[in-house]
Design a protein around this ligand. Structure first.
Ligand code: ADP
Ligand code: MG
Ligand code: MG
Length: 869
């Protein structure tokens, strides 16, 4: 079985085998683009190497050797030629792009003996020596594991001694000295000389790239991005082209559209006379790509043409790496560019408008999870006016706004974030080692680096607000302080970062929610068009409903009536009801509550107009409404004309050992039938009032926590009788329905029986998960992370539906319900109604709607559309 593929043997579809980079290099070779020649060692070869205790099989060795031979033939160069020297890069490339996570080695093949060949060939000793020291540095770091700062410090020393500003200032003699020092560093760490034999270098490099699949930062990245551990990385061996031969050469990164905003047009950065990662690593400050048009006009023109071609070919925004060697442009990589959520929306809509992709493709291009990023809160304009601006010198690397405490290293940021602080990582620049600190940060700020620096790319990928290259920010990472225009910041100080405007402010600034821009609304319109599942919202307050309505939900899937009982005057009536000594007192209290509820429901109907509304009758145990401390108790005793001991006796009666499994939900209505009757009356009376105003209100009354058929039949009968009497009395008709919330496993098994007494079901996934696992939702937080970390559980079932367990129960119930009543409306409310993966499952089993918190409605709408495409 084949383990090595020449670039002209593969194509873009072979990402599983060739990795993303290799597959695209092959595709571009096929398209006839200027790609340096090379071959790719497959991901399977990597996995077998790792599984064979990191050993090359004889087959693989032979296959690699024979491809090296072909490469020598194809290029007319060789590792041991006296006129045409072959040097290669060894580049990792997994199936999914893992920026900065894996390692790359350039200029491989150089040694003491063949330096002069390259120098002669190019007529450039400075360049040749620069290549060699880079090789020792990269090889030393990646293969021998020597921390790169040993090399950097040595280089810095020479630069300082000679008063040089940039690496490009060094002359032959300087480089020769550095090479001697680098070799000494290498020897000191490895107790062996830097390997001279090109094939030995090659296999050393391949082994290191294979092994880098399991390095810590790669593992962290996979964990974060749900990438399986058993894919492996491919290795690309590619003829070198040189961006560091002088002022007619350079290297850069270009996006076909702005990855931050989505704006169409080439966007990127480059460095003249530089190699490899110089741009990303922030060695010198790169120039904006527009400037290439004057520096090297022909190359610029070629780049524009080729990037356009690539974008049209891949039908998506491309992130392109290029190198210019003596005025000739080479493409070294292309991939679908990472982008902010805001850019993702703009690009998807533009690509549809430009006729490059269909609406369906556009919808699939946007990650549902990322939707809330475009809705990220922004600083309130008022608070911003009063805020003190520290700097606006930086670059807007990733949009968003955040306040937090600054820390100067990843480990501290991580520690403080775990302790519950909102943290902002402040660094000169970031590197892959900082990943743990970056993921927990509200914002990332660097003093160096450009729009394609590590910090910028990773932050955009994570949707984390980020400002880079704040040149007037002076950071002392060791002393843990930063100076910004005469203001000194210490670890733990608050700052606020606006990643959209690239502005940094002192202190904390209040936030307001945002409702998205034009492209967002276009995408959402398309999503609702394509989705089969309706998306409703869980809301009861006027402000939440208004906010949610801006996302055009299909209705309300859950009004939690208990949320309406906590305002002081209502709580008082609720307590009057709970502590009433006789039926008369009880009714009086309920009547007053009824009046409050009438107003509540009128407001909801008014906002929702003719969209359906599910109102859940009272759910929590009554003791949630009790006073909490002695002061409240004595106050309440006075109000209710009770003695403190009378009050306390009643409180003792209501206390429960295990309230989650206690006297709550419809169990309350068995003990206090008037409670639900009162609520039903308020629901219907307010509907009648609205009807008189010309609104067609359709209340859906939901009975919670049903587990027994007789619970449902008896409660439903009482409610319906009460409502019918009301309707007759008012000589009117309201299109109401009465259904059950299914959240007890038993209810799922008897869903067909329950269906006889229910017009609809809504699955309450929180309680259903809690009761299926026997995990108390309020306590599981203490151990569930441990379960996930130790892989006892793959995912937290309260965040993503457990399809095989909880999902199975829902599926059983859906099938039974549909058997009994084919047209029955079935939905989901609860946290999982807003989770994209869970939504895909709900779509599959044929639910009618999901309902989630207002802010998650667009996420759910997009996920529902994606499930349907
Ligand atoms: P990463 O996955 O981290 O981007 P790459 O394999 O793309 O790593 O290599 C990083 C950089 O090294 C490239 O962007 C390019 O500038 C340089 N590079 C890689 N291969 C070559 C080559 N054959 N010739 C010249 N430069 C190369
Ligand atoms: Mg890299
Ligand atoms: Mg790259």
């Amino acid at each position: 079985n084949k383990q090595v593929y020449d670039f002209n043997e593969g194509n873009a579809k072979m990402k599983d085998i060739l990795g993303g980079k290799g597959a695209n290099l092959a595709e571009m070779t096929k398209l006839g683009l200027p790609i340096p020649k090379g071959f790719t060692i497959s991901t399977q070869a990597c996995m077998s190497y790792l599984n064979q205790k990191e050993d090359f099989s004889e087959d693989l060795i032979q296959e690699i050797k024979s491809h090296v031979k072909s490469l020598q033939l194809a290029t007319g160069k060789s590792f041991n030629d006296s006129t045409q020297l072959l040097l290669v890069s060894v580049r990792s490339g997994a199936k999914q792009s893992m920026p900065g996570m894996m390692d790359t080695i350039l200029n491989l093949g150089l040694n003491d003996g063949n330096l002069s060949v390259l120098a002669e060939e190019t007529g450039n000793w400075v360049f040749t020596l620069d290549c060699y020291r880079r090789l020792i540095q990269m090889y030393g770091n990646v293969v021998a594991g020597i921390p790169s700062h040993y090399f950097e410090r040595c280089l810095d020393k020479v630069k300082t001694a000679k008063g040089y500003k940039n690496d490009t200032d060094l002359n032959c003699e300087d480089w020769q000295g550095i090479i001697t020092d680098f070799k000494a560093i290498y020897y000191k760490h490895c107790q062996a000389s830097f390997p001279q034999e090109p094939m030995q270098q090659l296999f050393g490099a391949i082994a290191a790239v294979f092994s880098s699949w399991n390095n810590e930062r790669a593992q962290v990245y996979r964990e974060l991005n749900d990438i399986p551990d058993n894919l492996g990385t491919a290795v690309n061996i590619q003829e070198m082209v040189y961006g560091n031969t002088g002022n007619q050469s350079g290297t850069g990164v270009a996006f076909t559209r702005n990855p931050s905003t989505g704006e169409n047009g080439l966007f990127g950065e480059y460095l003249i006379n530089a190699q490899g990662e110089d741009v990303v690593a922030g060695v010198r400050t790169p120039a904006s790509i527009d400037k290439l048009a004057t520096d090297l006009p022909q190359c610029y023109e070629d780049l524009v043409r080729l990037s356009d071609l690539l974008e049209k070919h891949y039908c998506d925004m491309q992130d392109i790496e290029f190198t210019i060697e003596n005025g000739k442009l080479f493409i070294l990589q292309t991939r679908n560019g990472k982008r902010t959520a805001k850019a993702a929306f703009n690009i998807a809509v533009s690509l549809v408008n430009e006729g490059l992709i269909s609406k369906e493709q556009a919808l699939m291009q946007i990650e549902a999870k990322s939707v809330d990023q475009v809705l990220h809160p922004t600083f309130s304009a008022e608070a911003l006016g009063a805020a003190k601006l520290l700097t606006d010198e930086g670059l807007p690397a990733s949009p968003g706004a955040a306040s937090g405490r600054v820390y100067f290293d990843a480990a501290t940021a991580q520690e403080k974030a775990q302790a519950g602080e909102k943290v902002i990582l402040l660094r000169q620049e970031t590197s892959p080692e900082d990943i743990n600190g970056m993921v927990v940060s509200q914002a990332i700020v660097t003093s160096r680096g450009g729009m394609t620096s590590h910090a910028a790319v990773v932050a955009r990928g994570m949707g984390c607000c980020c400002v880079v290259g704040c040149s007037d920010l002076e950071i002392d990472e060791v002393a843990e302080l930063a100076r910004m225009n005469s203001q000194t910041l210490h670890a733990g100080d608050y700052i606020s970062v606006d990643g959209t405007e690239a502005k940094i402010y002192a202190g904390q600034i209040a936030m307001v929610p945002s409702t998205g821009q034009e492209a967002f609304h276009t995408i959402m319109d398309w999503a609702r068009e394509k989705a089969k599942l309706d998306v409703r919202m869980n809301a009861e307050s006027k402000s939440d409903i208004r906010m949610g309505l801006s996302f055009n939900p299909a209705g309300i899937g859950l009004v939690r009536t208990e949320h309406m009982f906590f305002a002081p005057e209502r709580l008082r009536e609720m307590r009057r009801f709970i502590f009433s000594k006789n039926a008369y007192d009880q009714d009086a209290a309920l009547k007053r509550i009824l009046n409050y509820q009438l107003e509540d429901f009128k407001t909801i109907y008014e906002e929702m107009q003719d969209r359906p509304v599910v109102i859940r009758l009272l759910d929590p145990p009554l003791h949630e409404f009790l006073p909490h401390n002695n002061q409240e108790i004595s106050q309440l005793a006075k109000q209710l004309h009770l003695t403190i001991s009378q009050l306390e006796n009643r409180m003792d009666e209501l206390a429960e050992v295990n309230p989650m499994l206690g006297h709550r939900g419809c169990r309350l209505a068995i003990s206090y039938p008037n409670l639900y009757k009162m609520q039903a009356e308020a629901i219907i009376k307010s509907a009648i009032i609205m009807k008189e105003k010309g609104l067609r209100v359709k209340p859906e009354i939901m009975i919670p926590l049903v587990g027994i058929k007789e619970e449902l039949t008896s409660i439903r009968a009482e409610i319906v009788a009460h409502i019918e009497a009301l309707l007759i009395e008012n000589k009117t008709y309201i299109d109401y329905s009465v259904g059950a919330m299914l959240e007890i496993p038993r209810a799922c098994f008897i869903a067909d029986d329950l269906a006889e007494s229910a017009d609809f079901f809504s699955f309450g996934t929180n309680d259903l998960t809690q009761l299926t696992y026997g995990f108390s939702r309020d306590d599981a937080g203490k151990f569930i992370n441990e379960y996930v970390n130790r892989k006892v559980l793959k995912l937290d079932p309260f965040q993503t539906l457990d399809e095989v367990g909880v999902g199975k129960l829902i599926e059983i119930a859906v099938n039974k319900a549909r058997q009994a009543k084919p047209e029955m409306k079935l939905g989901v409310c609860g946290e999982l109604g807003g989770d994209p993966r869970s939504i895909a499952f709900f779509h599959k089993i044929g639910l009618d709607y999901v309902s989630c918190s207002p802010f998650r409605v667009p996420i759910a709408q997009l996920a529902a559309a994606q499930a349907a495409i």
